[in-house]
Design a protein around this ligand. Sequence first.
Ligand code: ADE
Ligand code: ZN
Length: 337
Amino acid sequence: TALHEFLHGLPKCEHHLHVEGSLSPALLFQLAKTNKITLPVSGDSSFASISSLQARYERFTSLDDFLHYYYIGMSVLLTAGDFESLAYEYFSHAHRDGVHHAEIFFDPQAHTSRGIAYTTVVAGLSAAQRRAEADFGLTSKLILCFLRHLPASEANTTYAEASRLGHFSDGTVAGIGLDSSEVDFPPELFTEVYTSAKDAGIRRTAHAGEEGDTSYIEKALDICNVERIDHGIRMVEDETLLKRVAKNKMLVTVCPLSNVQLKCVTTVAELPIRRFLDEGIRFSINSDDPAYFGGYILDNYCAVQESFELSVAEWKYIAAGAIEGSWCDQARKETLL
Ligand code: ADE
Ligand code: ZN
């Protein structure tokens, strides 16, 4: 359709993409074979084949049900070359979907806990970033996420390592984020690391209000001083909070297909897209973990269009907000507009 062409051509920025969540079942099985990783088959036949795994991905019941597969999947990533292949595959797909700038999450603790060095992960991702910029003109940034189901002391250790290597000051890593199981792991557990980052002038975001209630969003803002909110869909449950986010022009990174797949909502139509537009909330539309949720960024744009029938002007507002809310410099923003 004409609008599909328009959405494809619209210059897009992606801000909510877990690079480990772009591990396709095909690459997962290929790396398992090369790296001689035995996937857990006993008790769960999902790992028997690509198609049985894909079928399981269509039946997630919650965030934690998905995360179980997400952490097993990434166990096949061992070398810098594996991380480079992973990220380059994502950038290639993003480029085909019309993404010009991407700010991608990675989960160092999910790798260091398996004995993979932080430097190995970052070397591979950085190499893919350079290739994507050279090959596609696609610019990107890395956002280092802490796993909230692990003790805050381990987040502090990870932060210290990246800091010691100069990764925050030299631009290798653009900012910090917070992900994994949300409920029972509120943002305020990570006050120390967020305060250090703020004092050092490092950008900050956090997943909040995906499964967790509005208190998670409030604490992320009040205590962790985040500049952006990942998911945040439950903020519509609190009028004051909604107005506050709109007034401060904070970027909310919405992931429609993810929210449906993880049963945060039953349909895309249930998402507060219309409400966000009416309130003047700045938001972007993103894929979260595209290899697991059945769609990349363009599929998410199209799903929103099917449910909300937005106008060209509304899409231009969304695209402009996504550029404004990006963490690239002003000169790059101007080329994106
Ligand atoms: N890790 C990968 N995807 C995630 C999500 N949607 N929420 C929390 N943690 C995640
Ligand atoms: Zn996410």
